[in-house]
Design a protein around this ligand. Structure first.
Ligand code: PMP
Length: 440
């Protein structure tokens, strides 16, 4: 058994100074203890106890080039020699924004921010200003950051249910202390249900500014859209004067150079992106149609942020995009191939160990769940999974030297190899044996 003694000691120490002992609430869920890291290189990360892991957490998505990628590191160092941030304009911003408009089908113009949460805030504001309406339609099981305006309960099974003190609101806040009035603007609908969508949009379009959706329900179950669902969503929103926002914070720079929207063949009005965009340096963006983005040009919509478009972030994004698009996007194809190998391998292992489960894969991401079903196509079905059993599996994998989220997606980077996949499947085989023995 691996020892996590130093991590445990450090958690006790950090809890004295850092609220919650970790820097983002989600991270507290890791068992047997939140890990403290000493370094990362490529597809591997090493903890302070000296344990090494093949990393499929990848910082919850951003590390698309793996840890400490030499080109990304060199480009960031190079940029830093000229200063980190000016609060003034520089060429890196122009180069990045132009590159994004070339890559993304829906991008006429770009607004840069620091996190996915901020990008979503900007997108919602743009949609309201453009339409003069206020309501936002969002879906069960999707996550769009943690701002008061959009954070609803059960963004992720890793998080505890907010203390709602008996509230009966249909749309419950995601956390204690959240403004209740902001969520009065949110209409929460089941996803992948074209009828429910059409009924609400037709009945209430006069007050609905935007529909915001993940292109694949990556945050809960990696559920793909049903054929025709997004085509219908696109037609209805266009017909009824509603802004369609694709939240590609996870799928952007992962599903391909033009994100999931390029693969789905849907052109939304606005798109949010972040995470993998700058390979692990804080950066996000909203991109979209000229007539909406020009609200910022005209000064109608304020888009603010001290560190927006800083030199480190733009250099990191340009380097990341360059690496990802080498050889006509070979990195995207390899990530997907490895995801297929892993997902197929895990399905075979579930059968071998006589365990009921589903591996939902779309493109280069997948989600493994233990569930008494043959397929999972809705959030309601996903909610039936045995989350505790998966958390135990993740803990057993950690002991095997494989780092996966206690629940949720497996992320792959451009530097994970076939050998990593083979080692991982051998680890999963052993972990599932132990799991089966525990459950017996
Ligand atoms: N949108 C989606 C789809 C996300 O998955 C996330 C983060 N998991 C966010 C927005 C928020 O991004 P950030 O954590 O960078 O604020």
């Amino acid at each position: 058994m691996k020892s996590f003694e130093v991590s445990e000691r450090k958690l006790a120490e950090s809890s004295r100074y850092l609220a919650g002992g970790v820097a983002s609430s989600l991270r507290a869920a890791m068992k047997p203890t939140p890990l403290f890291v000493s370094s990362g290189a490529g597809s591997r990360v090493r903890d302070v106890d000296g344990n090494e892991y093949i990393d499929y957490l990848l910082a919850y998505g951003p590390l698309i080039l793996g840890h400490a990628h030499p080109v990304l590191t060199a480009k960031v160092h190079e940029a830093m020699q000229q200063g980190y941030t000016y609060g003034l304009q520089h060429d890196g911003e122009i180069r990045l924004a132009r590159r994004l408009t070339e890559m993304w089908p829906s991008a006429d113009k770009v607004a840069l921010s620091g996190s996915g949460t901020e990008a979503v805030m900007v997108a919602l504001r743009l949609a309201r200003a453009h339409t003069g309406k206020t309501k936002i339609v969002r879906f069960h099981g999707h996550f769009h950051g943690w701002s008061d305006a959009i954070f609803t309960s059960f963004p992720s099974p890793d998080m505890k249910l907010a203390e709602t003190s008996g509230e009966t609101d249909e749309v419950r806040p995601g956390t204690s202390g959240q403004s209740r009035s902001s969520l009065q603007e949110v209409i929460l609908l089941p996803w992948n249900d074209p009828e429910a969508l059409e009924n609400v949009l037709r009945a209430r379009h006069a007050e609905i500014a935007a529909v915001i959706t993940e292109p694949v329900m990556c945050n809960n179950g990696c559920i793909a859209p049903k054929p025709g669902y997004f085509e219908r969503m696109r037609e209805l929103t266009a017909e009824l004067g509603i802004v369609l926002i694709f939240d590609e914070v996870i799928t952007g720079f992962r599903f391909g150079p033009g994100g999931a929207q390029e693969r789905l063949g849907i052109v939304p009005d606005l798109t949010t992106m972040g995470k993998a965009m700058a390979g692990g340096i804080a950066l996000s963006a909203v991109v979209g149609k000229l007539e909406i983005m020009n609200l910022i040009d005209r000064g109608t919509v304020n888009h603010l942020g001290t560190l927006n478009g800083n030199c480190i972030a733009t250099a990191a994004a340009l380097a990341t995009i360059e690496e990802l698009t080498l050889d006509d996007g070979a990195a995207f194809r390899e990530m997907e191939q490895n995801a297929i190998r892993l997902a197929d391998g895990l399905r075979i292992l579930l059968r071998k160990h006589g365990l009921r489960g589903v591996v939902n894969r779309t493109g280069p991401v997948f989600h493994l769940m233990f569930i008494e079903r043959d397929e999972v196509t809705t959030f309601e079905e996903f909610a039936e999974r045995d989350a505790g059993m998966y958390a135990k599996f993740a803990e057993l994998m950690l002991n095997e030297g494989v780092l996966v989220r206690p629940s949720g997606l497996w992320y792959l980077s451009s530097v994970h190899t076939e050998e990593d996949v083979t080692l991982t499947l051998a680890s999963a085989d052993r972990a599932l044996s132990v799991l089966t023995a525990i459950n017996r």
